[in-house]
Ligand binder design. Structure first.
Ligand SMILES: Nc1ncnc2c1ncn2[C@@H]1O[C@H](COP(=O)(O)OP(=O)(O)OP(=O)(O)O)[C@@H](O)[C@H]1O
Length: 604
């Protein structure tokens, strides 16, 4: 793509950025534009008044004529001193307001992605990281545009003043600014490209940094003594980032020093000319003062224009990544007019489902054909990596099958709105979340309508057998389940950390909040539970879910023996289906696994 076309495409972001900024901070930006206009004419007025005062003094003008000019000069000086403070205050406020809205929009867009694919795509994650830095771009861009106008007006005013004294010097000052403009634009482009290129390394550095200060990771880090190893990797990544940044800084140093030197030579030459001209009686002392101020002023204004253009260009490029993330289509095609998700009455059917996580990755499911009949408890059994959790993720439509289809009462999951489908599903994932929030919030996240309903929350906790534990916590259901954010719960600062099994029960309570959903999925809900608790849990689930449809995954096969149907997965394919009794009688994989486990228990 040519530079021109690239610049043009970059510029297209200006309109949306300014529109967003003015919508969120109209008063602040309105005031800033007023300040910018006053600020634009101030240097010109000060320069001319200074010349007039000096000429009056050297000509011995009467004090009553001189005094008003001096007072006016003092007033303009006071304005020149205070306007930047006002401008800074309103800029900061505008940036806060606009950043807030921009961040909100960005994460609304991120929340709209229906599946998991985007969050496993490194290219998208890099773009997201750049977009996260774009929150302040709309305000900065708009303010930069105003400052640009201000500088142009100032530069024109001073340039005209300079032109009156020496058209030649005026022309040289103007031409001298052009290389600076081009160099700064090129630097800005390089800065953004470097940021984009370093994004994976910066994410990696952050990853090590977070590991080193993460309470959960610190256990293993200390046990295995990996702290220095991880720190070393973090430092190496940081050094690599610094090498790239240093190269950029060096380039900026050379380019900008060269430009400054050039500007100083132009100004110096002009000054020598002016002094010689004054010696010949062609210029007054006031003219020299005006000349010096105008050359410096034009150069400052031009340098400002150049750096503002470069800054705006950089912000625009960052903002364009922001708009790319905002406009990224859903990675799962969502039907334009989705079919309403009906209450499950017949069942869910996998028809020759093939699935892999990426085009270059191996098949995880290979032609799975299986029915989860309505009202039945289906047990999913298989070795590690057989594809059980993948089946669960496909059931919730976190991904679409690569080939084949899954139907909900005969309707392809692709024709349903994923959000409405998930309203009908309750689940405890194998890698369930433990949130650094209060106990009540940890449960209520299963169904936010229960957030202000302590009775519903407590009922779910009773079902998951965690109510008594929570009640005894220092602050009951309002106890913060974190040592990192303990002070947020309004208590005396003691946060609590639960045990693995207790967290699991809390995750179960979260799922039980949705106990009346059409499909309940429990992916190893008992891994952290003691045997008695596990037996009790299963009895409870059967009672709770009597008549409901559920999918249960467990490596403890004894817990699945009462399932209405057991499906055995092996290397991504269904190898056996039946009841516990029929599969045992069949003498296949299930029978072998079950007998091995049973023997293990008997020998204890
Ligand atoms: N997000 C992912 N990206 C790429 N590959 C994945 C992803 N998740 C799982 N896999 C791969 O898919 C295969 C099946 O994984 P899955 O978690 O479905 O197995 P599982 O039967 O649930 O295993 P386990 O009993 O250990 O929980 C594994 O080889 C795993 O490496």
């Amino acid at each position: 793509m040519t530079t021109d076309r690239r610049s043009w495409r970059t510029l297209r972001g200006l309109g949306p950025a300014a529109a967003l900024a003015f919508r969120e901070a109209p008063a602040q930006l309105g005031l800033l534009s007023g300040i910018a206009l006053v600020g634009a004419v101030l240097p010109v007025a000060v320069t001319w008044l200074t010349k007039l005062v000096i000429d009056s003094v050297t000509a011995g003008t009467a004090i009553d004529v001189l005094l008003p000019k001096a007072i006016a000069l003092a007033v303009l000086g006071a304005l020149t001193a205070t306007l930047p403070q006002l401008s800074q205050y309103f800029s900061a406020e505008a940036q806060r307001r606009v950043s807030r809205a921009a961040k909100d929009r960005l994460y609304r867009a991120v929340n709209r992605f229906p599946g998991l694919g985007r969050f496993e795509d490194p290219q998208f994650l890099n773009q997201l990281q750049v977009a996260e830095a774009a929150n302040s771009a709309p305000a900065q861009l708009t303010i930069a545009a105003m400052q640009l106008v201000r500088n142009v007006i100032t530069a024109l005013g001073l340039f005209a003043s300079l032109y009156l004294i020496s058209p030649l010097i005026a022309g040289i000052v103007l031409v001298a600014a052009l290389p600076a403009l081009l160099a700064e634009l090129a630097l800005a482009r390089r800065r953004v490209n470097t940021t984009l290129r370093l994004s994976p390394d910066e994410r990696r550095e952050l990853f090590y940094q977070m590991l080193l200060s993460d309470a959960r990771a610190s256990k293993e880090i200390r046990l295995f003594g990996t702290g220095d190893f991880l720190r070393g990797r973090m430092m190496r990544t940081m050094s690599e980032i610094h090498v790239a940044r240093r190269a950029l800084d060096r380039r900026e140093l050379f380019v900008q020093s060269g430009l400054e030197l050039f500007a100083a030579v132009v100004a110096g030459t002009g000054l020598v000319w002016a002094i010689l001209a004054a010696g010949r009686g062609e210029l007054t002392a006031g003219d020299i003062a005006l000349f010096v101020a105008a050359v410096a002023g034009v150069q400052v204004a031009m340098a400002g224009i150049v750096s503002l253009l470069a800054q705006a260009n950089e912000q625009l490029m960052i903002f364009n990544h922001y708009t790319v993330v905002l406009g990224a289509p859903p990675e799962l095609p969502v039907a334009e007019h989705p079919v309403a998700t009906p209450e499950l009455r017949r069942g869910i059917v996998f028809k020759d489902v093939w699935f892999r996580y990426g085009d270059d990755l191996p098949w995880v499911l290979r032609g799975v054909t299986v029915t989860i009949p309505y009202g039945m408890a289906v047990g999913l059994v298989g070795k590690n990596g057989a594809g059980k959790s993948t089946v669960v993720k496909l059931l919730c439509r976190m991904y679409d099958p690569t080939k084949g289809r899954i139907t909900w009462d005969g309707i392809d999951l692709r024709d349903l709105d994923p959000a409405r489908l998930r309203d009908r599903v309750g689940a405890v994932f194998q890698d369930f979340m433990s949130y650094d929030l209060t106990a009540a919030e940890n449960i209520a996240l299963g169904d936010l309508t229960a957030l202000e309903d302590p009775d519903r929350i407590a009922a779910a906790a009773v079902q998951a057998d965690i109510h008594e534990v929570v009640e005894k916590l220092p602050n009951g259901y309002r106890t913060m389940l974190s040592r990192e954010f303990a002070e947020d719960d309004g208590s005396d600062g003691t946060g609590v950390v639960l045990s693995g099994g207790q967290w699991q029960r809390l995750a179960l309570a979260r799922a039980f909040l949705r106990a009346d959903t059409d499909l309940m999925i429990l992916d190893e809900p008992n891994a952290g539970l003691d045997p008695e608790a596990e037996a009790e849990l299963h009895a409870r689930i059967s009672t709770l879910r009597a008549g409901g449809t559920s999918v249960l995954i467990s490596h403890r096969l004894g817990t699945l023996r009462d399932a209405d149907l057991i499906v055995v997965l092996d290397d991504g394919a269904v190898t056996e289906t039946g009841t516990h009794t029929s599969l045992l009688a069949g003498g296949g994989t299930y029978a072998r696994l079950f007998t091995t486990q049973a023997k293990g228990y008997q020998s204890e």
